[in-house]
Design a protein around this ligand. Structure first.
Ligand code: ZN
Length: 350
């Protein structure tokens, strides 16, 4: 019989929206970590901490203090860094994380200067005007040499841009362009802010219902996943298994969709832990949680980062289906709720 607490959907979507609107490219995640920390502070059963890398940990003690489970989701996202200031005053961009250049063309962005100033701008082709460059606009391959940041500031030279306080190494965040319509959540960076929102929603639902995990559990909100080493450090050594909550890849040939939670049984790093994955399937079935099983062809996770760092533990991966990942992403509230229910079922399992 399903016996899971009710999820506060408005709370989940409000937190997700606030998190999505808090820029956090990998390496510049402090504001997003602080927002998550402030939200989790409302639950006194959690003991909050930080890793030296700046990730957030939250430990929830069970009645019998057996070691230990962990869940992780990452709050860092794709983004960029100012690579150089060009003679025309525009900026060349260095990528943070793996994305295809085409996917950021035309996007609004914010440059965070060293002095704490935020300068707005947009990412455009170096030959952007159709009236000047005609067929070249369509034909030019998109890349670091053909896309640039045009700042919303009066600058036509390197020195004028420098006077704005902009410099090499400044972080650049892409506008998430969040919209919620008809149950859909459309935004950049649902990978993996949707996963963080799922963890926070599960904590709230269990807390509000006066429940707690069956085993002592550590949540790790990691902050370097997009560059491959997020959860490599930060989890207690006594953790015996890790459930990674990260997006499911939706698209042609995939089993996953925007309305289900998915269990990833294999990705670029190979198979996940079979017995743990199988237990998760049984839990979903027992609790009537709609789920899909899938393989993600070009995908790595914080679970693999931890395994590769030497973790001796079981690792499995679930997450909401996200369409057009590392692009202008979209999921549906149904997938977020299904994933949250799955996380709760896992936490409550003996
Ligand atoms: Zn991710």
């Amino acid at each position: 019989m399903p016996n899971l607490p009710e999820i506060n959907t408005p709370f989940m979507l409000e937190f997700l929206s606030a998190l999505i609107n808090t820029p956090s490219p990998t390496g510049f995640t402090e504001a997003a970590i602080q927002l998550t920390e402030a939200t989790l502070k409302a639950f006194p059963a959690l003991r909050l901490g930080r890793t030296r890398k700046g990730a957030l940990t939250a430990t929830w003690r069970a009645d019998q203090d057996e070691p230990g489970r962990a869940l992780t989701a990452h709050t860092d996202t794709l983004g960029g860094m100012v690579k150089e200031i060009k003679p025309n005053g525009r900026l060349k961009l260095s990528r943070i994380g793996n994305f295809v250049w085409n996917t950021i063309e035309g996007e609004g962005c914010t440059v965070f200067t060293r002095a704490g100033r935020q300068v707005r701008g947009s990412i455009l082709l170096t030959k952007a005007s159709s009236h000047i460059f005609s067929s070249e606009v369509g034909g030019l391959a998109r890349g670091e040499d053909t896309l640039e940041i045009r700042l919303d500031a009066r600058t036509l030279s390197e020195s004028e841009t420098c006077e704005l306080g902009v410099g090499v190494g400044d972080f650049v965040a892409f506008d998430p362009r969040l919209e919620m319509n008809a149950g859909f959540v459309r935004a950049r960076h649902l990978d993996d802010k949707a996963g963080v929102a799922v963890l926070v929603a599960a904590v709230k639902a269990l807390s509000d219902a006066g429940r707690k995990p069956a085993r002592t559990t550590t949540l790790l909100v990691s902050n370097y996943e997009e560059v491959g080493h997020g959860a490599a450090a930060g989890l207690p050594a006594e953790v015996e298994e890790l459930l990674v909550v990260d997006m499911a890849a939706v698209g042609e040939g995939q089993n996953s969709d925007e309305f289900h939670a998915s269990l990833c049984v294999k990705d670029s790093g190979g198979p996940y832990h079979h017995e743990m994955s199988d237990r998760l399937r049984a839990l979903a079935e027992k609790n009537e949680i709609p789920y899909k099983v899938d393989i993600y062809p070009h995908y790595g996770s914080d679970g693999e980062a931890w395994w590769k760092a030497g973790a001796n533990a079981a690792v499995a991966l679930i997450g909401p289906g996200v369409d057009a990942s590392h692009n202008y992403e979209r999921t549906h509230t149904e997938a977020l709720l299904a994933t949250t229910r799955w996380v709760m079922a896992y936490l409550l399992e003996r």
